[in-house]
Design a protein around this ligand. Structure first.
Ligand code: PLP
Length: 372
């Protein structure tokens, strides 16, 4: 398989670990091993006695049980664990799609959601969000994108990079459109549980639709990206078996250590999510004030969920140049929309980290010195 470079991840690889402040990360503040083990004394012993052989390919049954509890009507047999959401997307696309088929992908998008299908030789139709209406979705447009060889609709809510979250009715309408046309729905829900009000939270697509595939991960809301633990939840047992079979050619099984830490985190999810949402809400207020103060330079739609947003620069400058200049001058990283193949005006900003206030102060210095 030949595949185009993953622009956003390459940009991160180049700068993320060399800058002082990442102001565009999508994962929430992480935890140390010590902090996780402090959540319950018994886990220290579990860690010390853990055996480090191969693990069950579907994932540790205890972990699958914890993951199943995140959804209504699922049990552990509906869950397959992967090395991050990334492996799940790669395997799902390879298992589901044939070259004569096509997929519809919400856009802008995290690149792997369309690029892997493209690399397989599948036609990808982009379902564009409406920038001028706070990144809303147009369901009539979605219907128009469906053709006789469409196999799957790929959606992502809460959305990377805009933070857009549809209403529950809109979400159900997507399911109905898919059901009428017997299409699969890959629902990338990796930012689920980061809704700023709990009543905004959508059901998992796998809860409501037999051809619905919910994609989840420990990286974002739980802040544990280094574990590389993601999963797919679906009631389609045949598909699940085929995905597991393909996994024998990628990672075979997951890291036993990571699975243990994911179990600990999920058993303490209320504490973890509460802490991360607190950080997010505080940061979001800071961002709101910042963008209001500089409304002649930036426009932005305040998101309803997630840990990232996609503001736009209004002055006549190229955003990638600005981002590079910002790294050089202030050691602060923002993600230009060019890395999303979107435009040269938007940029991704992240607000899940504790040091965002300081990073924003540095960005403000840059704005005053360069953009006013
Ligand atoms: C929408 C979306 N899906 C999938 C992923 C991949 O998640 P992970 O890196 O944890 O595998 C990301 C990561 O940024 C993402 O934003």
């Amino acid at each position: 398989m030949k595949i185009n470079k993953f622009k956003l991840e390459e940009f991160f690889a180049k700068y993320e670990f060399n800058v002082k402040y990442s102001l565009c990360s999508s994962d929430c503040e992480t935890f140390s091993v010590k902090e996780l083990l402090a959540l319950d004394k018994k886990y220290r012993n579990d860690l010390l006695t853990l055996r480090l052989g191969y693990t069950e390919s579907f994932g540790n049954p205890l972990l699958r049980e914890e993951i199943a509890k995140l959804y209504e009507g699922h049990n552990k047999d509906d869950i397959l664990v992967f090395s991050g959401a990334e492996e799940a997307i790669f395997i799902f696309m390879n298992v589901l799609l044939d070259t004569n088929e096509s997929v519809i992908v919400q856009f802008p998008a995290y690149q792997s959601l369309f690029e892997i299908a493209h690399a397989i030789g599948v036609r990808t139709a982009l379902w564009k969000m409406i920038e001028d209406v706070e990144w809303d979705i147009d369901l009539e447009k979605l219907k128009r994108e469906i053709s006789s060889n469409t196999k799957c609709i790929v959606i992502n809510f809460p959305h990377n990079p805009t933070g857009f979250l549809p209403t529950k009715d809109q979400f159900k309408e997507i399911y109905k459109i898919a059901q009428e046309n017997r299409l699969y729905v890959l629902s990338d829900e990796v930012y689920r549980f980061l809704e700023f009000q709990e009543e905004y939270r959508l059901q998992g697509m796998s809860e409501i639709y037999d051809k619905g595939i919910s994609l989840g991960v420990m990286s974002k809301a739980f802040g544990l990206a280094g574990l590389r633990i993601g999963w797919i939840a679906t009631k389609d047992k045949t598909l699940l078996k085929e995905l597991a079979s393909f996994k024998n050619y990628t990672t075979i099984c997951n890291s036993a250590l990571s699975e243990l830490f994911a179990i600990i985190a999920l058993r303490n999810k209320d504490f973890i999510l509460e802490r991360n949402l607190e950080i997010i809400k505080e940061n979001l207020d800071l961002l709101d004030s910042f963008f209001n103060k500089y409304s002649s330079i930036f426009s932005w739609s305040k998101p309803k969920a997630g840990s990232i947003a996609f503001p736009k620069i209004l002055i006549d400058r190229n955003i990638e140049d600005i981002c590079i200049e910002l790294i050089k001058q202030k050691n602060v990283l923002l993600m230009p929309a060019t890395k999303y193949d979107y435009d040269d005006k938007h940029f991704r900003i992240g607000f899940g980290r504790k040091n965002m206030r300081k990073a924003l102060e540095k960005f403000e210095e840059f704005v005053k010195e360069n953009l006013i």
